[in-house]
Design a protein around this ligand. Structure first.
Ligand SMILES: Cc1ncc(COP(=O)(O)O)c(C=O)c1O
Length: 436
């Protein structure tokens, strides 16, 4: 075996199939996803057959291997600064925490992890330690990650069902139902309500504004922590500001960040909260101060990537996401409205979702494609995504609602490219419509 990049790119895809997960490799192949990715060109990905495509997953808000972030990481690696600090007192973590808190305009305490799920766990434990209450509420349609705390708040289905029993006290309440929220809070045993400002995997569903007001008010009155899982919505993604919750009637007690926090290059997540909450939960003595931790969450290389990502994330760039997001949403609506498969385009900024109707025609079903076990899922959005790959756009069907696909472009994408995307989506949906 020779671990050169050339050899890895030649054999590593098949090694993934053999040693990691054959089903994922097979699914990617059947879905026609570009997955033999041979390189990066100006932040876009190049596949084996030369196709260059835009990755609309959302993790690569600055484009793949953004040069500013790469340079910062190289400088750090070439210096004599340590990356891991056995005392845990990491100056790069200190600086990143300060910059995140300052940019948030509200929070003054940060905790770092490696994944979005790490941030969710940190919030659940903060809420339990602070309130000593047993119950944690999430909303139907939620996706908070795959650790046990997160999965205990997962919408029912293939991502949750195999793993019970779940975290004691974790419960889901109906999405957007104020009466259900009120009733759940009355007993006074709820430590936290965890919500996504816009549910990503649940189908790009925004919390209705009346619900948001009730949520902010009721959690405060009941002494329940309000936790906003902003793993998908923060850091400019919705175009509404640095955080997607900045304009809520009340700031959540904790917000959770991940995805492009590490610049798309390093695994990095954070929980931002208020110092007094942190002190009440963990500040009793030296031992309690270390009660919750991650080994590699505070490594300097990730923090360096995070600092460089923050340099790029200017208010001007966020304003561009807002304006281009509005432009894209309007253009999609205008071109797709005439199509009978189109239901709506929803979301904000560069977190949009196209919702499609499921045709009754038996052709367009997983059963027809030979996957009866998937028959209850809509096949229409996976088929449209499949066709879009060959047009140079990698879009993603929502994890819980397969009738919707998400569109999360990099922030500096040019308008012309968005126009090309709109044209491609309209043509491909029309083609599927003709066939069905
Ligand atoms: C809203 C939300 N929360 C949490 C997570 C979990 O993040 P990770 O996969 O990094 O653990 C995700 C992942 O997609 C997410 O979309």
């Amino acid at each position: 075996m020779n671990d050169t990049e050339e050899d890895i790119l030649k054999r590593g895809f098949d090694e993934y199939r053999e040693f990691v997960n054959p089903l994922i490799a097979e699914r990617a192949k059947l879905a026609g996803e570009p997955f033999r990715i041979m390189g990066v060109e100006n932040g876009r990905l190049r596949e084996k057959d030369g196709l260059v495509f835009d990755d609309f997953h959302g993790t690569q808000a600055f484009g793949h291997k953004n040069p500013h972030i790469v340079e910062a990481m190289k400088r750090f690696l070439d210096s004599d600064a340590a990356s891991w600090y056995p005392s845990r007192v990491n100056p790069f973590g200190g600086r990143l925490a300060r910059r995140l808190c300052e940019r948030s305009g509200y929070y003054d305490n940060a905790f770092f992890g490696c994944t979005g799920s790490d941030a969710v766990e940190a919030a659940l434990k903060l809420a339990r330690a602070l309130t000593k209450r047993p119950v944690i509420l999430g909303l139907d349609g939620a996706y908070h990650g795959c650790s046990f705390g997160s999965v205990s708040l997962m919408a029912k289905g293939y991502l949750r069902d195999p793993f019970g029993p779940f975290l004691e006290g974790a419960r889901l309440i109906p999405f957007g139902d104020i009466d259900a929220l009120k009733a759940a809070l009355v007993p006074g045993d709820v430590a936290a309500v965890v919500v996504e400002p816009i549910q990503g995997e649940g189908g790009v569903r925004e919390l209705p504004s009346a619900y948001l007001e009730a949520l902010c008010d009721l959690t405060e009155r009941h002494g329940t922590l309000l936790v906003a899982d902003e793993v998908q919505t923060a850091l400019g993604r919705t175009g509404r500001g640095f955080l997607g919750t900045q304009h809520w009637p009340r700031r959540p007690d904790a917000v959770l960040l991940a995805k492009h926090l590490g610049g798309g290059l390093m695994p990095l997540s954070a929980m931002l909260t208020k110092r007094d909450l942190f002190e009440r939960a963990y500040g009793a003595h030296f031992a309690s101060g270390e009660a919750h931790n991650t080994t590699m969450g505070f490594n300097a290389l990730s923090c360096v990537a995070g600092l460089a990502a923050l340099d790029l994330l200017t208010e001007d760039l966020i304003a561009k996401v807002r304006d281009d997001g509005l432009y894209l949403k309007k253009a999609l609506k205008t071109s797709l409205e005439r199509l009978s498969l189109f239901r709506e385009v929803r979301g904000a900024g560069f977190m949009l979702g196209i919702s499609l109707k499921t045709p009754s025609h038996p052709w367009l079903s997983f059963e027809h494609f030979g996957f009866p076990e998937l028959a209850h899922h809509s096949a229409v959005s996976p088929v449209v995504c499949h066709r879009l790959y060959r047009r140079g756009f990698y879009c993603f069907t929502c994890g819980h609602d397969w009738s919707v696909f998400r569109i999360q472009p990099r922030f500096d994408i040019a308008r012309e490219r968005l126009d090309t995307f709109v044209g491609a989506v309209a043509e491909e949906i029309a083609r599927v419509e003709e066939l069905s």
